[in-house]
Write a protein that binds this ligand. Sequence first.
Ligand SMILES: [Zn+2]
Length: 341
Amino acid sequence: MLEELEALNDEARAELVEVADSEALRTWELAYIGRNGQVTGMLRRVGDLPPAQRPAFGQRANEVKNALQAAYGEREQAIKAAELAERLAAGALDVSLPGRPVLTGGLHPTTRMLRRFYEIWADMGFQVYRSRDVEDDMHNFELLNFPPHHPARDMQDTFFTTEKDVILRTHTSPGQIRAMREYYPEPIRVILPGMCYRHEQITARSEVQFNQVEGLAVGRNIRMTDLKGTIAEFARRMYGSDRQVRFRASYFPFTEPSMEVDVSCILCDGAGCRVCKYTGWLEIAGSGMVHPNVLRNGGYDPAVYTGFAFGMGPERMIMQKHGIEDIRYFWGNDLRFLQQF
Ligand SMILES: [Zn+2]
């Protein structure tokens, strides 16, 4: 049996040299030194020998098994190293290749413009007041002094919902009523930014959604000169100190008197260009003194309080600034457009 053991030892060592990968190594281990391997089997058979031969055989068999285990360990290491080297070689990097650009996200142009608004108006003492996107007819129209048959109430302009009297706001102005009712009798200086919704044909000039930034100041002794000075100051901070600002009489139901605000064209500096339609002026806001009815509806007595309000369109201002002619780009999610900012 000792010769059998030595033969087995030689056979196992010869085979181990041939083992080339992890899988073959595992097979070898099971065949010789595993729990049901041949060398392990011989150790179990030590009882078959005459008692006098048992110690010598047992000792040798243990030696053989331990030596094979050590050899196995060495072979295992060598194979693992070889396999690792192979994997590394297969996935080799060419460090001389140019790097791939890392695409970082950017802020939407409207978001950037809105943040600029917040900065400028915060510096001028106006805080952001967030009103709701979903409104009722009362706040969106009636309390803002819209006469009952005003065209803006037409189905064409307003998104109605299946809920009775629940609509998407068509402008940020209903936030004026909500801010006044919340702050009364304190003086108010807020801007109300947010998305507005109109049930319109989507064209290069009109979208069903767009942002507005409403502004509202209410207090004692607020005059039209305050409105003009404030808007002119905003225009200079937004577009530079050499901007000319002009006011044109206009009409809005919720202000009286009402004015449109123009700045001298930021592209041609007033000389006339395609963007300003060769007028030299860009319209940046609608504005006016808060109508007494609106003040009253907000809880402020118009005999004591006065106020001014304005509304601006961040998307339209971006379009003016960059000469963009199609408002549909803003919500079209075309990266070629968005990545330019
Ligand atoms: Zn121009």
